[in-house]
Design a protein around this ligand. Structure first.
Ligand code: ACO
Length: 335
């Protein structure tokens, strides 16, 4: 059985924050940020905006393009690491869209690889469980977990949501040609946002301290990152993953129309394209306008590329996500 992407949509917050705006808050400059990252602007959730609202807007646009009624969705996968409810956001989006309880909805937490993992899960549900229509949303509001006094991280992130509708089809029309996915908990220390005041490395009762009850109410610390290590990991692992996905699909880089990477840093995107000997003019990038929007970055860039007419029906896209976990993975998509 095949499955194909039949619609996409995206939504970004209203508030735009430029590099010059950030230079008024921390010791940085537009030149430093744009030369090292390629980022010039980012959107930040503010006022009454919510991640749930952005995700629902992106979903509505994707459903409209796909001409699928929300009630015909079998499954909503919300790929996010920053839900407004600890227990997940997907059922809230389900309610906002007005779907009945016959639509299953749950979250996938895999940071910037979340959307690729969501596509894989959608393909498994279609091929293995006979699902017909699945909404995959990538949405994150990392601005809420950034230390706005830390110039090493606050310049990188933005908020956004993107969505696609994946539908069952005949095998000959298959639009999800192959996948490749990995995770490495060992490298996880390079990038995270952990619960405060807890030693997550200690096994229960083994740290010699008195047992405490009731436990302290927890909150998450801000994002911490070893940028150089994350950079090295991405440049090493992402090309390998794309090559592996291409091989599984029986393709080479020369068969691909577009390279669409998680939008983390233009230097990472350029380095991966160079390693794959991929022409720069076939690399999709909207990082300058939105920064790193985590799980939203691939569907957001895809939506812009489709609506601007860059990506056309029948085009083949090599998409790859990478980030915290560490997690990384690729999908070969025929639009
Ligand atoms: N403005 C000015 N100077 C800065 C800034 C800033 N915003 N940030 C750091 N610096 C300074 C540092 O303090 C350091 O100064 P020093 O030499 O006096 O000590 C100098 O600039 C170099 O800092 P580095 O951290 O070594 O800079 P680097 O070239 O590595 O660039 C960056 C940093 C842009 C973060 C880069 O490492 C990177 O992009 N890494 C990948 C990050 C990434 O992709 N993360 C997201 C993963 S996705 C996810 O899962 C959320």
């Amino acid at each position: 059985k095949g499955c194909k992407l039949i619609g996409c949509g995206s939504a970004v917050p209203t508030l735009s924050v430029s590099n010059d705006d950030l230079a008024k808050m921390v010791d940085t400059s537009d030149e430093w940020i744009s030369v090292r990252t390629g980022i010039r602007n980012r959107r930040v959730i503010s006022g009454k905006e919510s991640l749930k609202y952005l995700a629902t807007e992106a979903a509505r646009k994707a459903l409209e393009m796909a001409d699928v009624n929300p009630n015909d969705l079998d499954l909503i996968l919300m790929c996010t690491s920053t839900p407004e409810d600890l227990f997940g956001a997907a059922p809230q989006v389900q309610r906002e869209l007005g779907c009945t309880a016959s639509t299953l909805a749950y979250d996938i937490t895999a940071a910037c690889s979340g959307f690729v993992l969501g596509l894989i899960s959608a393909a498994c549900h279609i091929r293995g469980a006979g699902f017909q229509n699945i909404l995959v949303i990538g949405a994150d509001g990392l601005s809420r977990f950034v230390d706005w006094n830390d110039r090493g991280t606050c310049i990188l992130f933005g908020d956004a949501a993107g969505a696609v509708v994946v539908q069952a089809c005949d095998a000959e029309e298959d639009g999800l040609l192959s996948f490749d996915v990995h995770s490495d908990g060992e490298g996880g220390r390079h990038l995270g946002a952990c619960i405060k005041d807890s030693n997550t490395d200690n096994v229960l009762g083994s740290n010699g301290s008195a047992l405490e009850f009731p436990p302290k109410r927890s909150s998450y610390s801000c994002i911490h990152m070893n940028g150089k290590e994350v950079f090295r990991f991405a440049v090493r692992c992402v090309p390998q993953s794309i090559e592996s996905a291409l091989e599984k699909a029986g393709l080479t880089a020369s068969n691909i129309d577009w390279l669409l990477l998680h939008q983390a840093n233009q230097r990472i995107i350029d380095a991966v394209a160079t390693r794959l000997e991929f022409p720069q003019e076939q690399v999709i990038s909207n990082l300058a306008n939105y920064g790193n929007t985590s799980a939203a970055s691939i569907p957001l860039a895809l939506d812009e590329a489709v609506r601007s007419g860059k990506v056309k029906p029948g085009h083949t896209i090599a998409a790859a996500g990478f980030g915290a976990g560490l997690t990384w993975g690729s999908a070969i998509i025929r639009w």
